[in-house]
Design a protein around this ligand. Structure first.
Ligand SMILES: C[S@@+](CC[C@H](N)C(=O)[O-])C[C@H]1O[C@@H](n2cnc3c(N)ncnc32)[C@H](O)[C@@H]1O
Length: 329
Protein backbone atom coordinates (compact mmCIF):
# COMPACT_ATOMS: atom_id res chain seq x y z
CA UNK A 1 0.00 0.00 0.00
CA UNK A 2 1.24 3.49 -0.77
CA UNK A 3 2.09 5.63 2.24
CA UNK A 4 0.17 8.91 2.20
CA UNK A 5 3.36 10.99 2.19
CA UNK A 6 5.23 9.00 -0.42
CA UNK A 7 5.89 11.23 -3.38
CA UNK A 8 6.13 10.17 -6.93
CA UNK A 9 6.84 11.90 -10.16
CA UNK A 10 3.43 10.89 -11.45
CA UNK A 11 1.95 13.34 -8.95
CA UNK A 12 3.03 16.36 -10.96
CA UNK A 13 1.68 16.98 -14.45
CA UNK A 14 3.69 19.67 -16.27
CA UNK A 15 1.51 22.72 -16.96
CA UNK A 16 1.12 24.38 -20.40
CA UNK A 17 3.87 22.20 -21.84
CA UNK A 18 2.33 21.96 -25.31
CA UNK A 19 2.12 25.73 -25.95
CA UNK A 20 5.63 26.15 -24.53
CA UNK A 21 7.11 23.64 -26.97
CA UNK A 22 5.10 25.04 -29.89
CA UNK A 23 6.43 28.54 -29.25
CA UNK A 24 10.11 27.66 -28.75
CA UNK A 25 10.42 25.10 -31.49
CA UNK A 26 12.81 23.98 -32.93
CA UNK A 27 14.34 23.36 -29.50
CA UNK A 28 18.11 23.26 -29.27
CA UNK A 29 21.15 24.52 -27.39
CA UNK A 30 21.63 24.99 -23.69
CA UNK A 31 18.71 25.68 -21.35
CA UNK A 32 18.16 26.50 -17.71
CA UNK A 33 15.14 24.96 -16.04
CA UNK A 34 14.97 27.32 -13.06
CA UNK A 35 12.24 25.31 -11.29
CA UNK A 36 13.03 21.65 -11.87
CA UNK A 37 10.32 20.11 -9.61
CA UNK A 38 9.51 16.65 -10.98
CA UNK A 39 11.57 17.46 -14.06
CA UNK A 40 8.63 17.59 -16.47
CA UNK A 41 10.01 20.56 -18.41
CA UNK A 42 13.62 19.38 -18.28
CA UNK A 43 12.73 16.04 -19.82
CA UNK A 44 10.50 17.63 -22.43
CA UNK A 45 13.28 20.05 -23.41
CA UNK A 46 15.86 17.27 -23.67
CA UNK A 47 13.48 15.05 -25.66
CA UNK A 48 12.65 17.95 -27.97
CA UNK A 49 16.33 18.56 -28.82
CA UNK A 50 17.97 20.67 -26.11
CA UNK A 51 21.62 19.68 -25.90
CA UNK A 52 22.04 20.42 -22.21
CA UNK A 53 19.85 21.52 -19.29
CA UNK A 54 20.97 23.11 -16.02
CA UNK A 55 18.16 21.94 -13.73
CA UNK A 56 17.77 24.12 -10.64
CA UNK A 57 15.50 23.70 -7.64
CA UNK A 58 15.74 25.14 -4.15
CA UNK A 59 14.03 22.08 -2.67
CA UNK A 60 16.67 19.43 -1.92
CA UNK A 61 14.00 16.68 -1.94
CA UNK A 62 13.02 16.93 -5.59
CA UNK A 63 16.16 15.39 -7.03
CA UNK A 64 15.58 11.90 -5.65
CA UNK A 65 12.48 11.75 -7.87
CA UNK A 66 14.71 12.05 -10.92
CA UNK A 67 16.94 9.12 -9.94
CA UNK A 68 15.08 6.59 -12.06
CA UNK A 69 15.29 8.54 -15.33
CA UNK A 70 18.21 10.95 -15.13
CA UNK A 71 20.73 8.32 -16.34
CA UNK A 72 19.01 8.31 -19.73
CA UNK A 73 20.43 11.80 -20.24
CA UNK A 74 23.98 11.33 -18.98
CA UNK A 75 26.20 14.26 -19.96
CA UNK A 76 23.17 16.39 -20.88
CA UNK A 77 21.89 17.47 -17.49
CA UNK A 78 23.24 19.00 -14.29
CA UNK A 79 21.06 18.94 -11.18
CA UNK A 80 21.58 21.99 -8.97
CA UNK A 81 20.15 22.59 -5.52
CA UNK A 82 19.97 26.37 -5.28
CA UNK A 83 17.60 29.32 -5.64
CA UNK A 84 17.10 30.58 -9.18
CA UNK A 85 18.23 34.09 -8.27
CA UNK A 86 21.72 32.52 -8.29
CA UNK A 87 21.43 31.02 -11.76
CA UNK A 88 24.23 33.18 -13.14
CA UNK A 89 26.63 31.12 -11.02
CA UNK A 90 26.09 28.10 -13.25
CA UNK A 91 25.96 29.34 -16.84
CA UNK A 92 26.79 32.54 -18.67
CA UNK A 93 25.29 32.10 -22.12
CA UNK A 94 22.16 30.04 -22.70
CA UNK A 95 19.47 29.62 -25.34
CA UNK A 96 16.55 29.60 -22.94
CA UNK A 97 15.47 29.93 -19.34
CA UNK A 98 12.17 28.52 -18.13
CA UNK A 99 10.43 29.36 -14.85
CA UNK A 100 7.38 27.44 -13.64
CA UNK A 101 6.72 29.38 -10.46
CA UNK A 102 5.30 28.48 -7.08
CA UNK A 103 4.95 25.12 -5.40
CA UNK A 104 4.71 21.71 -7.01
CA UNK A 105 1.91 19.21 -6.51
CA UNK A 106 4.34 17.01 -4.60
CA UNK A 107 5.12 19.80 -2.14
CA UNK A 108 1.41 20.55 -1.66
CA UNK A 109 0.52 16.91 -1.22
CA UNK A 110 3.11 16.14 1.44
CA UNK A 111 1.41 17.00 4.71
CA UNK A 112 4.72 17.23 6.56
CA UNK A 113 5.85 20.18 4.38
CA UNK A 114 3.03 22.29 5.79
CA UNK A 115 1.90 23.93 2.51
CA UNK A 116 -1.69 22.73 2.57
CA UNK A 117 -4.50 23.98 4.81
CA UNK A 118 -6.43 20.76 4.27
CA UNK A 119 -3.68 18.39 5.43
CA UNK A 120 -2.58 18.44 9.04
CA UNK A 121 1.14 19.12 9.28
CA UNK A 122 3.70 21.42 10.90
CA UNK A 123 3.48 25.11 9.93
CA UNK A 124 6.66 24.87 7.86
CA UNK A 125 6.22 25.91 4.14
CA UNK A 126 9.96 26.28 3.47
CA UNK A 127 10.76 25.09 -0.05
CA UNK A 128 14.50 25.12 0.67
CA UNK A 129 14.02 23.54 4.11
CA UNK A 130 16.28 26.26 5.53
CA UNK A 131 15.60 29.46 7.47
CA UNK A 132 12.48 30.59 9.31
CA UNK A 133 9.31 28.55 9.10
CA UNK A 134 5.70 29.71 8.71
CA UNK A 135 5.22 29.05 12.46
CA UNK A 136 7.87 31.68 13.27
CA UNK A 137 6.02 34.24 11.19
CA UNK A 138 2.55 33.36 12.49
CA UNK A 139 3.61 33.24 16.14
CA UNK A 140 6.08 36.13 16.30
CA UNK A 141 5.58 38.71 13.52
CA UNK A 142 3.79 41.92 14.50
CA UNK A 143 0.08 42.24 13.77
CA UNK A 144 0.85 44.95 11.19
CA UNK A 145 3.39 42.75 9.34
CA UNK A 146 0.96 39.83 9.33
CA UNK A 147 -1.85 41.99 8.06
CA UNK A 148 0.35 43.51 5.31
CA UNK A 149 1.55 40.07 4.20
CA UNK A 150 -2.02 38.78 3.94
CA UNK A 151 -3.15 41.88 2.06
CA UNK A 152 -0.21 42.53 -0.29
CA UNK A 153 0.90 38.94 -0.94
CA UNK A 154 -2.49 37.18 -0.84
CA UNK A 155 -4.88 39.99 -1.83
CA UNK A 156 -6.87 39.04 1.27
CA UNK A 157 -9.39 41.78 1.94
CA UNK A 158 -10.03 40.57 5.49
CA UNK A 159 -6.31 40.81 6.27
CA UNK A 160 -6.71 43.05 9.33
CA UNK A 161 -9.39 40.88 10.91
CA UNK A 162 -7.40 37.70 10.33
CA UNK A 163 -4.16 39.22 11.69
CA UNK A 164 -6.00 40.47 14.79
CA UNK A 165 -7.53 37.04 15.40
CA UNK A 166 -4.13 35.34 14.96
CA UNK A 167 -2.53 37.64 17.53
CA UNK A 168 -5.39 37.18 20.02
CA UNK A 169 -5.18 33.41 19.72
CA UNK A 170 -1.36 33.14 19.93
CA UNK A 171 -1.34 35.13 23.15
CA UNK A 172 -3.13 32.14 24.71
CA UNK A 173 -1.51 29.34 22.73
CA UNK A 174 1.03 29.36 19.90
CA UNK A 175 0.09 27.89 16.52
CA UNK A 176 1.68 24.55 15.70
CA UNK A 177 -0.19 22.96 12.80
CA UNK A 178 -1.59 23.96 9.43
CA UNK A 179 -5.12 22.87 10.32
CA UNK A 180 -4.95 24.83 13.56
CA UNK A 181 -4.35 28.02 11.54
CA UNK A 182 -6.89 27.08 8.85
CA UNK A 183 -9.60 26.57 11.50
CA UNK A 184 -8.88 29.97 13.04
CA UNK A 185 -9.22 31.63 9.61
CA UNK A 186 -12.50 29.75 9.08
CA UNK A 187 -13.88 31.34 12.24
CA UNK A 188 -13.07 34.85 10.95
CA UNK A 189 -14.34 34.54 7.37
CA UNK A 190 -17.76 33.53 6.08
CA UNK A 191 -18.08 29.92 4.98
CA UNK A 192 -17.25 29.56 1.27
CA UNK A 193 -20.10 28.94 -1.15
CA UNK A 194 -20.01 25.91 -3.49
CA UNK A 195 -17.40 26.52 -6.21
CA UNK A 196 -15.55 29.12 -4.14
CA UNK A 197 -12.12 28.47 -2.72
CA UNK A 198 -11.57 27.58 0.95
CA UNK A 199 -11.43 30.70 3.19
CA UNK A 200 -7.78 29.96 4.09
CA UNK A 201 -6.58 29.75 0.47
CA UNK A 202 -5.39 33.35 0.14
CA UNK A 203 -3.83 33.46 3.60
CA UNK A 204 -1.87 30.26 3.02
CA UNK A 205 -0.66 31.56 -0.34
CA UNK A 206 0.45 34.83 1.27
CA UNK A 207 2.31 33.13 4.10
CA UNK A 208 4.06 30.73 1.71
CA UNK A 209 5.16 33.67 -0.47
CA UNK A 210 6.56 35.47 2.58
CA UNK A 211 8.34 32.43 4.03
CA UNK A 212 10.08 31.79 0.70
CA UNK A 213 10.52 35.49 -0.19
CA UNK A 214 9.03 34.54 -3.55
CA UNK A 215 8.57 38.02 -4.97
CA UNK A 216 12.12 39.10 -4.24
CA UNK A 217 13.31 35.81 -5.76
CA UNK A 218 11.22 36.41 -8.88
CA UNK A 219 12.47 39.98 -9.24
CA UNK A 220 16.13 38.91 -8.91
CA UNK A 221 15.56 35.78 -11.02
CA UNK A 222 14.25 37.80 -13.98
CA UNK A 223 17.39 39.95 -14.08
CA UNK A 224 19.66 36.93 -13.63
CA UNK A 225 17.94 35.19 -16.53
CA UNK A 226 18.28 38.27 -18.68
CA UNK A 227 22.02 38.40 -17.99
CA UNK A 228 22.64 34.85 -19.20
CA UNK A 229 20.34 34.78 -22.24
CA UNK A 230 22.16 34.94 -25.55
CA UNK A 231 20.76 36.66 -28.62
CA UNK A 232 17.70 34.72 -29.81
CA UNK A 233 17.34 33.09 -26.38
CA UNK A 234 13.89 32.48 -24.90
CA UNK A 235 12.54 33.63 -21.56
CA UNK A 236 9.61 31.37 -20.64
CA UNK A 237 7.49 32.08 -17.58
CA UNK A 238 4.52 30.26 -16.10
CA UNK A 239 2.78 32.08 -13.23
CA UNK A 240 -0.09 31.04 -10.98
CA UNK A 241 -1.62 34.18 -9.56
CA UNK A 242 -2.24 37.77 -10.49
CA UNK A 243 0.58 39.47 -8.55
CA UNK A 244 3.17 37.10 -10.00
CA UNK A 245 1.79 37.54 -13.50
CA UNK A 246 1.76 41.32 -13.13
CA UNK A 247 5.48 41.36 -12.22
CA UNK A 248 6.32 39.19 -15.22
CA UNK A 249 4.09 41.21 -17.55
CA UNK A 250 5.67 44.48 -16.47
CA UNK A 251 9.18 43.10 -16.86
CA UNK A 252 8.38 42.00 -20.42
CA UNK A 253 6.71 45.34 -21.15
CA UNK A 254 9.77 47.16 -19.88
CA UNK A 255 12.17 45.02 -21.87
CA UNK A 256 10.15 45.29 -25.06
CA UNK A 257 10.16 49.09 -24.65
CA UNK A 258 6.47 49.27 -23.75
CA UNK A 259 6.39 50.08 -20.05
CA UNK A 260 4.73 53.40 -19.41
CA UNK A 261 6.21 54.48 -16.15
CA UNK A 262 3.68 55.49 -13.52
CA UNK A 263 6.31 56.99 -11.25
CA UNK A 264 7.02 60.66 -11.71
CA UNK A 265 10.62 60.06 -10.63
CA UNK A 266 11.22 57.48 -13.30
CA UNK A 267 11.64 58.10 -17.03
CA UNK A 268 9.19 56.26 -19.30
CA UNK A 269 10.79 53.45 -21.26
CA UNK A 270 9.10 54.38 -24.54
CA UNK A 271 12.31 55.79 -25.95
CA UNK A 272 14.52 53.05 -24.55
CA UNK A 273 15.96 50.37 -26.79
CA UNK A 274 14.16 47.02 -26.47
CA UNK A 275 16.09 43.96 -25.29
CA UNK A 276 13.33 41.45 -26.02
CA UNK A 277 10.48 40.88 -28.40
CA UNK A 278 7.24 39.22 -27.33
CA UNK A 279 6.70 35.66 -28.57
CA UNK A 280 3.28 35.30 -26.94
CA UNK A 281 1.29 38.45 -27.60
CA UNK A 282 -0.91 37.92 -24.53
CA UNK A 283 -0.77 35.46 -21.64
CA UNK A 284 -1.56 31.92 -22.81
CA UNK A 285 -3.99 30.02 -20.56
CA UNK A 286 -4.59 26.27 -20.36
CA UNK A 287 -7.28 24.78 -22.58
CA UNK A 288 -10.47 23.32 -21.11
CA UNK A 289 -9.02 19.87 -21.86
CA UNK A 290 -5.85 20.61 -19.91
CA UNK A 291 -7.85 21.95 -16.95
CA UNK A 292 -10.05 18.86 -16.91
CA UNK A 293 -7.00 16.57 -16.82
CA UNK A 294 -5.06 18.79 -14.41
CA UNK A 295 -7.33 21.10 -12.38
CA UNK A 296 -4.26 22.69 -10.73
CA UNK A 297 -3.41 24.24 -14.10
CA UNK A 298 -6.55 26.42 -14.07
CA UNK A 299 -4.89 29.61 -12.84
CA UNK A 300 -1.69 29.21 -14.90
CA UNK A 301 -0.56 31.85 -17.39
CA UNK A 302 2.30 31.53 -19.84
CA UNK A 303 4.34 34.42 -21.23
CA UNK A 304 7.33 34.02 -23.54
CA UNK A 305 9.79 36.64 -24.79
CA UNK A 306 12.83 36.34 -27.04
CA UNK A 307 16.09 38.18 -26.49
CA UNK A 308 16.90 40.33 -29.47
CA UNK A 309 19.52 42.71 -28.16
CA UNK A 310 22.16 41.70 -25.69
CA UNK A 311 23.00 45.18 -24.49
CA UNK A 312 22.26 45.38 -20.74
CA UNK A 313 18.77 46.67 -20.04
CA UNK A 314 17.99 49.81 -18.10
CA UNK A 315 17.86 49.21 -14.36
CA UNK A 316 14.37 48.79 -12.98
CA UNK A 317 13.32 48.89 -9.37
CA UNK A 318 10.76 46.98 -7.32
CA UNK A 319 8.24 49.80 -7.65
CA UNK A 320 8.42 49.86 -11.43
CA UNK A 321 7.66 46.18 -11.61
CA UNK A 322 4.95 46.51 -8.94
CA UNK A 323 6.69 44.02 -6.65
CA UNK A 324 5.08 44.16 -3.21
CA UNK A 325 7.65 43.92 -0.43
CA UNK A 326 6.62 43.77 3.22
CA UNK A 327 9.37 44.17 5.82
CA UNK A 328 12.18 41.78 4.97
CA UNK A 329 9.89 39.57 2.87
C1 LIG B 1 5.57 24.24 -10.15
S1 LIG B 1 6.99 23.38 -9.66
C2 LIG B 1 7.86 23.05 -11.12
C3 LIG B 1 7.42 21.80 -11.83
C4 LIG B 1 8.23 21.43 -13.05
N1 LIG B 1 8.13 22.43 -14.10
C5 LIG B 1 7.83 20.09 -13.59
O1 LIG B 1 7.32 20.01 -14.71
O2 LIG B 1 7.99 19.10 -12.90
C6 LIG B 1 7.95 24.63 -8.94
C7 LIG B 1 9.27 24.19 -8.37
O3 LIG B 1 10.09 25.36 -8.29
C8 LIG B 1 10.82 25.32 -7.11
N2 LIG B 1 11.13 26.72 -6.79
C9 LIG B 1 10.26 27.69 -6.45
N3 LIG B 1 10.90 28.85 -6.24
C10 LIG B 1 12.21 28.61 -6.50
C11 LIG B 1 13.38 29.44 -6.47
N4 LIG B 1 13.32 30.72 -6.13
N5 LIG B 1 14.56 28.88 -6.82
C12 LIG B 1 14.63 27.56 -7.17
N6 LIG B 1 13.56 26.73 -7.19
C13 LIG B 1 12.36 27.25 -6.86
C14 LIG B 1 9.95 24.62 -6.11
O4 LIG B 1 10.72 24.04 -5.09
C15 LIG B 1 9.22 23.60 -6.98
O5 LIG B 1 9.88 22.36 -6.96
Amino acid sequence: MMEPDLISQADHIPVLLEPILENISPVGGVWIDATFGAGGYTRALLDAGAEFVFAIDRDPNVFSLAENWVDQYTGRIELINDVFSNLEKYADSVDGVVFDLGVSSMQLDQANRGFSFSKEGPLDMRMSQKGSMAADLINFASEKTLSDILYFFGEERASRRIAKAIVARREKELFVTTTDLAKLIETVLPRSKPGQSHPATRSFQAIRIAVNKEYKELFDGLFSAEKVLSSGGYLVLVTFHSIEDRIVKRFIQARTGKLHSTSRYMPGTDDIEAQFTKVTRKAVKPSIDEISINPRSRSAKLRIAKRTNIKPGQSLDLEELNVPIVGGY
